[in-house]
Structure formats: structure tokens, C-alpha cells
Design a binder for this molecule. Structure first.
Ligand SMILES: NC(=O)c1ccc[n+]([C@@H]2O[C@H](COP(=O)([O-])OP(=O)(O)OC[C@H]3O[C@@H](n4cnc5c(N)ncnc54)[C@H](O)[C@@H]3O)[C@@H](O)[C@H]2O)c1
Length: 334
């Protein structure tokens, strides 16, 4: 068996990164977290994990931590991720997603890091007219967030051609839920995710859930998305890292979803089933920039990685998210 060198998790204090920390630890990987706390506090990172507060754009910091911790791979989650904000403040997205990743990548190449797993997004596909979306489908992002991530993927592809590393770009669809053992969940102050907002409304933290548009060309008129449980996504990262190590001359471009679309109405109906009452909804107009439907083909994910979803049920996703919201409401995390 090969030695498991420490894995650097950038953005490991955040929602998905903190679940990846747990999944890697569970699989026996030592990890080191780098997070600037712009959207987290460090509270989700287990105490015995080396935790560095700082930015991926801090070149000397990145160079020294790659060296000092003997890092053998990077899982790169750090970034900004609000689509609407990317429209009003595009340069923040090119700076914190694309330009900051360039610095991280240059230092990774200089340090000879052999494997990188990157958090990409379904937003690189824009508003596709063919479903389910295949990895080779056109990349026509419709907002600066999607462009910033697609530019980063292209940087990785070009660099991997000439430098000695391979990479995985995992293109997440709608990530939701929380660790079933409630060791982690969503704490970000700025979330616009429907499941997070719906569970907050169910607990009375919000008066209602807004539904943005019921006149889309979808079966019930609300937007359709492909929801993936955050713990299944975290497991896919471990599997992707291990595949990169097993096949050092291959890169992986993989959609991460269940290949199943659910409308906003279906998600809210599932919430009502879980909480056994009707959580108030307010129907409003469409939100600019929302594509009607995004559903992944996950054929490549399932065929390439040693990965089987363990939580692919919207009721479980909602129950786990709800249990996490209760934990937050009880003030257990400070
Ligand atoms: N949540 C989703 O549904 C979703 C979907 C597609 C892609 N993604 C991508 O997954 C990644 C993680 O998303 P998340 O939902 O966990 O978001 P998050 O905001 O909870 O986590 C991101 C973390 O990165 C940190 N960070 C931001 N900029 C940094 C920097 N320059 N240096 C160091 N740390 C920095 C933040 O403090 C935060 O802890 C992001 O890159 C996001 O674009 C998320």
C-alpha cells in the first residue's frame, strides 16, 4: 500500500470542504485545511486537523505550507459562489476564483504537487437545451461565476499538458443536506440554496420560502435541478483523488449529480412530507439568470469512480439538512 501523504483542503472550513475533510479522515487520509474565513469560521474543522487561516492568493503562505506539511495532493474548494453577486461584482469572481487559483496552481506546480481536485460547477454549461448534460456538451456560462470556473478549468487543462500533475474537475450540480452524523453542515451566512432556505422556514427562522417563477417550460412550471447529498459528493472527492493516484496520466472531468431532476415544487412538497405540515410558500417572479432545467448525466462519474451514492433520496437530504438546522438553532456551534 502506498503512503497517504497529507492532502491540502482549500476552503475546508466551508460547507462542502468540511464534509470532504470528514470523508478523507474517515478514509485514513491526513489533511491540512487552508481557509480565509470569508464565508466560514473554522468551527466545522475537527480540532486535531492542522488549520491555517489565510488565502490561497497569499503566495508565500501557500508555498511554505505546501513544503512544511509535505502536501501530496490538493482538493481545491476555496472560492466565491454566489451567482447573483457575480453579476453585480464580476471582478470579485475573476479575482477570488480565477486569479487566486492561478497563484495556488503556480505554487502547486513549483512544489511538484502531483494531483489536484477542483470544485467546478454545472454553471459552466449555462442554459443547455439538451438534457441530461454530458461532460462534452458546450460550455456557455451565462454569468461571471460560471465563466470564472470555466476559465479555471481551462487553466488546469493547459497546465496539466506541460507540467507533471493530473487533475479532476468535479462539476457539482445542486449540493444539499448535511453529514448524517451532524458533524458538519451549512453555516455560510450568504446561502441562497433552496434546501437550506426551506429548512430555515420550516423551523420558523424565516416566514416563508420564496418560489422564483412557476411559468418555466417544466412539468409544473418551477425550475428543475439535480440535487446531490453533500456526503455523497464528499465521497466522490475521495474516489476521484484515489483514481488520480491510480491513473497518473489521466485527468477526470465529471458531472456530480444523481441524473435525476426535481422541481422546486417537488422539493417543497418533500419538505412538507418530512415536517408533516405545509411550510408557507410565496410565489414570485422569475429570478434573472436561472436556467429552467439542469440535470446531470452521471454516467461518467459512476463508470469512472469507485462510487455509489448512499443518500440519493430527497427526503433524506431534507431530513439531514433539517436536523443540522435544529443543531444550529440549539446554539451547539459557536
Ligand atoms: N454549494 C454548491 O451547491 C456548489 C455548487 C457548485 C460548485 N460549488 C463550488 O464548491 C466550492 C465550495 O462551495 P461551498 O458551498 O462549500 O461554499 P462555502 O462558501 O461554504 O465554502 C468555501 C470556503 O472557501 C473559503 N474561501 C473563499 N475564498 C477563499 C480564499 N481566497 N482563500 C481561502 N479560503 C477561501 C470560505 O471562507 C469558505 O469557507 C466553491 O468553489 C463553489 O464554487 C458549490
Amino acid at each position: 500500500m502506498t503512503t497517504k501523504l497529507p492532502v491540502l483542503i482549500t476552503g475546508g472550513g466551508g460547507y462542502i470542504g468540511s464534509h470532504a475533510v470528514l470523508a478523507l479522515l474517515d478514509a485514513g487520509w491526513p489533511v491540512v485545511v487552508l481557509d480565509d474565513e470569508s464565508n466560514s469560521t473554522g468551527v466545522l474543522v475537527p480540532r486535531d486537523v492542522p488549520y491555517i487561516k489565510g488565502s490561497i492568493a497569499d503566495r508565500p503562505l501557500v508555498a511554505s505550507l505546501l513544503r512544511d506539511h509535505g502536501i501530496g495532493a490538493i482538493l481545491h474548494f476555496a472560492g466565491s459562489m454566489l451567482v447573483a453577486e457575480s453579476v453585480t461584482d464580476p471582478l470579485k469572481y475573476y479575482r477570488n476564483n480565477t486569479a487566486a487559483t492561478l497563484i495556488l496552481l503556480e505554487e502547486a506546480v513549483a512544489a511538484g504537487i502531483p494531483h489536484i481536485v477542483f470544485s467546478s460547477t454545472a454553471a459552466i454549461y449555462g442554459a443547455p437545451d439538451r438534457l441530461p448534460i454530458e461532460e462534452g456538451d458546450p460550455k456557455l456560462p451565462i454569468n461571471p461565476y460560471g465563466v470564472s470556473k470555466w476559465m479555471t478549468e481551462q487553466m488546469l487543462a493547459d497546465a496539466a499538458r506541460v507540467h507533471d500533475f493530473n487533475y479532476a474537475a468535479l462539476r457539482y450540480f445542486n449540493v444539499a443536506g448535511a453529514d448524517p452524523d451532524l458533524r458538519a453542515g451549512q453555516i455560510g451566512k450568504t446561502s441562497t440554496h433552496i434546501v437550506k432556505i426551506a429548512t430555515e422556514a420550516a423551523l420558523g427562522k424565516r416566514p416563508h420560502v420564496d418560489v422564483f417563477g412557476t411559468d418555466y417550460p417544466t412539468p409544473d412550471g418551477s425550475c428543475v435541478r439535480d440535487y446531490i447529498h453533500v456526503s455523497d459528493l464528499a465521497a466522490a472527492h475521495v474516489a476521484a483523488l484515489e483514481k488520480l493516484i491510480e491513473r497518473p496520466h489521466e485527468n477526470l472531468l465529471l458531472n456530480c449529480g444523481y441524473g435525476k431532476g426535481l422541481s422546486v415544487t417537488q422539493v417543497l412538497d418533500a419538505l412538507d412530507v418530512v415536517v408533516q405540515r405545509k411550510v408557507p410558500r410565496v410565489i414570485g417572479p422569475r429570478r434573472p439568470g436561472d436556467p429552467p432545467q439542469l440535470v446531470a448525466s452521471n454516467r461518467a462519474l459512476v463508470e469512472t469512480l469507485d462510487w455509489t451514492p448512499a443518500h440519493a433520496d430527497i427526503h433524506q437530504i431534507i431530513s439531514d439538512a433539517l436536523a443540522w438546522e435544529r443543531k444550529l438553532a440549539d446554539g451547539i456551534l459557536t
